[in-house]
Design a protein. Sequence first.
Length: 242
Amino acid sequence: MSRPFLRARWESLLLLNYECPEELLVPLVPTGTTLDPWEGVPLVSLVGFMFRETRVLGVGVPGHRTFEEVNLRFYVRRETPEGELRRAVVFVRELVPRRVIAGVARVVYNEPYLAVPMEHRVSLDPAAGGSVEYSWRRRETSFAMRGRVQGPASASAPGSEAEFITEHYWGYTRQRDGGTLEYQVEHPRWRVWTADSAEFSGDSSALYGAEFAEVLRSPPRSAFVALGSAVAVHHGKKIDSV
């Protein structure tokens, strides 16, 4: 395992999940991986969360340690030559409020980051629940994702949709030369809630394209909130396509 490139805390995660046409995702699947549908249904997730205590190669950069991120992602799998099954995420678009962070992510991982003004409102108690909201702007358009939960957070049930959505420890991203970069993400199992109410607002055509915007206009099929934890993101490595 490589030395972590990034260490941070990911906290107050809001995950809105939508059924998505397979033909919309297939052209985005990195070489060497395949779509990983949930019970036969391809999903995309709009995920908002807080980065805290962020350190890159062990160094915290003033003004860049605490910030929001919102990403649109889908799910793939890869079987290694040794027979290990790796379930992973692929990002359609990642939003952060810092240009430096977006630039580093594009250079190091070729991830589709974009810097936009962002805000958050989080009031969560592990025993009682609460609310989470992330909002941002792109040119003249405002966006927001919101969720409310009640009661105590708990570990997701094995084999549940909540486990499938929250417990991914690998990422894949297509490279400029057509190859694929694989990177590992370490974190303990998260405590989660199933949201009592959740929504996304804003015309996202300019961010994700008209077809993904149409997917996001529907109510989410499921929504979860996770407390989060410390995470470590490792350096990526190129994988063989077969």
